[in-house]
Design a protein around this ligand. Structure first.
Ligand code: URP
Ligand code: ZN
Ligand code: ZN
Length: 463
């Protein structure tokens, strides 16, 4: 009789392709059996999942923990950010190592690993953000991919931060990554028009308040940049990934390009699906400033449609937590708001309540969007994003009946506000398992600091 570490009994196992009444057994951090009525084994820990779903662990491919930004540092560090992830059913996160101009990419990777490795509580990987293009950077691309980082990010804005990549850099990076199985993620906004509009609205900042942030970043600034980046992917044959896509126009552009055979994929985030720019008119409108900013109701409608029909392949959060004290730095000037918000902890339950409950996603589509597609596209499948024998035992036992009202004070995040404060959830993770260890129960962290590992990912991710 096999001696397992954990057996999850009586649950409904949901993958991106099907749903089955099967039991799942875990041994030494891996899934050891997936069988109907598994009775040939014993385990120290038996979880009765009757009435619950058993999902592969959530994967959030876009977080910024302890990011120095806007004159401050994002408030969820690697320890607390990964604890928050675990509480919300996310067992893998991908953060960013941002190259400093004039220095190597690997230097940024090593520095970020030194911050993260001892502290992470679930598994994590890094994207490499390219801010400088020269012979050394070009030569490094293969090395970085071979090291286990096949995904890069380039910012089409953020001139003042020293992060911006121009079109020539983007073009060459797409060419080079295509040779070695990497892809380029882009933060797509039109920098020159954007900066001009920001300056224009800033002249009357008292009049506009936080809504100036929305007025200065109209949808066409994202649409134009997405179309431009797609053109460079088309002519170079490189693989492009649009991060935090916020517009319906962006979804149209991605759809049109994919129909032409361009290798482009897109991610959107709960804030773009569930909120609209009316939030900036409220008393605490400045809290919602993120980049790109939250758009119009028609954008949300189009993005939901894109998720349902496969035109948008991934949901991630762009977690970049700034608390009310940090956000107060704006002091009435919308150009000074630190951009970003919490999100990793509420992604899975929000996508269940709103996506499955109200917007017509199937349970398998939910799993595809928050787990399997990210695992495949980002070179982690089938270790992650799957519930197969041999996969990492990253599992969420999800109670679809559990009612929770979102309150920042009850969440693990270091943020003292939530963009979804008082939203009613139907369904919440009951147990989160990371590589065979229970790390969260009923939204509370019960794991160990440092349990997480750095993931060396594979190249040529595709869906
Ligand atoms: O507002 C955001 N998203 N802050 C983090 C940096 C970025 O653009 O992803
Ligand atoms: Zn960005
Ligand atoms: Zn981001």
């Amino acid at each position: 009789m096999t001696d397992y570490d954990i057996i999850i009994k009586n649950g409904l196992v949901v993958t991106d392709t099907d749903q089955k009444d099967v039991d799942v057994a875990v041994k030494d951090g891996k899934i050891a059996a997936v069988e109907k009525k598994l009775d040939g084994g014993s385990a120290t820990d038996v979880i009765d999942a009757k009435g619950m779903y058993v999902f592969p662990g959530g994967i959030d491919v876009h977080v910024h923990f302890q990011l120095p930004f806007s004159g401050t540092v994002s408030a969820d560090d690697f320890e607390n950010g990964t604890k928050a992830a675990a509480c919300g059913g996310v067992t893998t996160v991908l953060d960013f190592a941002i190259q400093t101009k004039g220095e190597s990419i690997m230097k940024a990777v090593e520095a970020r690993r030194a911050e993260a490795d001892p502290n992470v509580c679930v598994d994590y990987g890094l994207h490499a953000a390219i801010t400088d293009w020269n012979e050394q950077t070009q030569a490094e691309i293969k090395e970085v991919i071979d090291y286990g980082i096949p995904t890069f990010k380039m910012f089409m804005i953020y001139k003042n931060e020293g992060w911006m990549a121009d079109d020539g850099m983007l073009f060459q990076a797409l060419e080079e990554t295509a040779k070695h199985g990497g892809h380029i993620g882009v933060h797509a906004e039109s920098v020159f028009v954007l900066d001009m509009l920001i300056e224009r609205y800033a002249q009357e900042k008292e009049k506009w308040g936080a809504y100036g942030h929305a007025l200065s970043r109209p949808c066409y600034t994202e649409e134009e940049a997405i179309i431009r980046a797609i053109k460079w992917a088309e002519v170079t044959g490189g693989q492009l990934y649009i991060v935090h896509m916020s517009t319906g126009e962006g979804a149209d552009a991605v759809k049109a390009a994919r129909e032409k055979g361009v290798r482009v994929f897109a991610e959107t985030c709960p804030q773009y699906l569930l909120l609209d720019d009316e939030v900036f008119k409220g008393e605490n409108g400045h809290l919602y400033a993120t980049c790109p900013q939250i758009k119009k109701p028609h954008d949300s409608v189009r993005l939901w449609e894109g998720l349902k029909n496969g035109e948008v392949q991934i949901v991630a959060t762009d977690t970049c937590t700034f608390n009310t004290e940090q956000k107060a730095a704006w002091n009435g000037d919308f150009t000074k708001i630190p951009f970003g918000m919490p999100g990793v902890e509420t992604m899975v339950p929000l996508m269940h309540t709103e996506g499955v409950g109200k917007h017509g996603l199937s349970l398998s589509q939910l799993v595809a969007l928050v787990s399997t597609n990210p695992a495949k596209l980002f070179g982690m499948y089938p270790e992650k994003g799957a519930l197969e024998v041999g996969s990492d035992a990253d599992i969420v036992v999800f109670d679809p009946k559990k009612k929770v009202t979102i309150k920042a004070e009850n969440l693990q995040t270091n943020c003292d506000w939530s963009p979804f404060e008082d939203w009613k959830l139907e369904g919440y993770p009951a147990t989160t398992i990371s590589r065979g260890k229970v790390v969260a129960e009923d939204g509370k962290f019960v794991g160990e600091m440092g349990h997480g590992r750095f993931l060396k990912r594979k190249p040529y991710g595709k869906l």
